[in-house]
Design a binder for this molecule. Structure first.
Ligand code: GRF
Length: 192
């Protein structure tokens, strides 16, 4: 079996990244993590990735004259790793249309809501404020519209009466870590 080469784009702690790295250690997992790219040099996930022997790089958008040049440089980096699939895992930058189109059908994201509900930021707080009884997470294809691409997998969790943002986020995160590797597996196997 030839494994698909995967890069993970992060901005922070990288717990979803870690879940993907762990899953990809299984000999029969159809993808391997070849690189982790962050737009924040201080992202804790970079050290975690390096500790697993994975290539890492950080590129600050502010150091580039334009978003296009920043994203073109990311593309060069990804091409140097011969990447087949890009996984966004807490990457806190909206990507431009050229970059998104270049990876069409090959770039996925994990979002902490039951899309199409609650696109964008602060999903847990908004779900609590709205008095929802159910929440969850979605792995979806990345398209130019924010959080709008087709869903690959979703997981649901209950919202409990005494939930805070933190308790709800933690319950959702457990499911994120479960479905993200499964969605990557399906994509790498060409089941999507
Ligand atoms: C996760 O909640 C993910 O759904 C969202 O950003 C957060 C990233 O967390 N896109 P981590 O860096 O994977 O721990």
């Amino acid at each position: 079996m030839s494994k698909k080469k995967v890069a993970i784009l992060i901005s922070g702690r990288g717990s979803n990244m870690s879940a993907l790295i762990e899953a990809a250690k299984a000999p029969d997992f159809p993808a391997e993590i070849v690189g982790v790219l962050s737009n924040k040099a201080a992202a804790p996930g970079l050290e975690i990735a390096a500790s697993h022997g994975i290539a890492t790089a950080s590129l600050a958008q502010s150091k580039f004259p334009s978003r296009e040049m920043f994203e073109d440089t990311m593309t060069l980096m990804l091409e140097s790793w011969e990447v087949d699939i890009v996984c966004l895992a807490g990457f806190m930058r909206v990507l431009g249309e050229d970059f998104v189109n270049r990876w069409e059908g090959r770039m996925i994201n994990i979002h902490p809501s039951l899309l199409p509900a609650y696109k964008g930021l602060d999903t847990h707080a908004r779900v609590l404020a709205a008095g929802e009884k159910e929440h969850g997470c979605t792995v979806h294809f990345v398209t130019p519209g924010l959080d709008e691409g087709d869903a690959i997998l979703q997981a649901r969790v209950p919202v409990l009466p005494d939930d805070t943002e933190d308790t709800l986020a933690a319950r959702v995160l457990v499911e994120e870590h479960r479905i993200y590797p499964e969605a990557l597996k399906q994509l790498a196997l060409g089941k999507m």
